[in-house]
Design a protein around this ligand. Structure first.
Ligand SMILES: [Ca+2]
Ligand SMILES: [Ca+2]
Length: 120
């Protein structure tokens, strides 16, 4: 009975088209979509660990190209573990929603730059 009432109450609400965190901003959603677009190599709409590793390696190479530091394979693996800490249902796959949550919790580099400029 209680379950039925809960289900009815939920059904009465306007269902959101996609489940995203209310704190996610459009540019963060765009980042998550971009990651999927580039690194979802089997096109299932999710990132598995091998795809995440390809993503981490690409990010590392990009950082090297820009003259930034590179990280070791161990650090890459640690980064992927951190990423999959956001795998909410523990299925070993990062869905779009989970990626958006991940991006939303990452430091906003645009903000960082502004803060650095303000500090100068
Ligand atoms: Ca995939
Ligand atoms: Ca998942």
């Amino acid at each position: 009975m209680l379950l039925t009432m809960t289900a009815l109450a939920l059904a009465a609400q306007e269902p959101p088209k996609i489940t995203i965190t209310p704190t996610a901003e459009p540019h963060q959603i765009a980042i998550a979509d971009g990651l999927l677009h580039h690194f979802d190599s089997n096109d299932d709409g999710k990132l598995d660990r091998s795809e995440a590793l390809a993503m981490a390696n690409a990010t590392n190479e990009e950082s090297k190209r820009r003259g930034g530091g590179s990280v070791s394979q161990a650090e890459l693996a640690e980064g992927i573990d951190k990423m999959f800490a956001h795998d909410r249902n523990d299925d070993g796959l990062m869905t779009r929603g989970e990626l958006i949550m991940l991006v939303a919790t990452m430091p906003d580099h645009r903000g960082d730059q502004e803060a650095e400029q303000a500090a100068e």
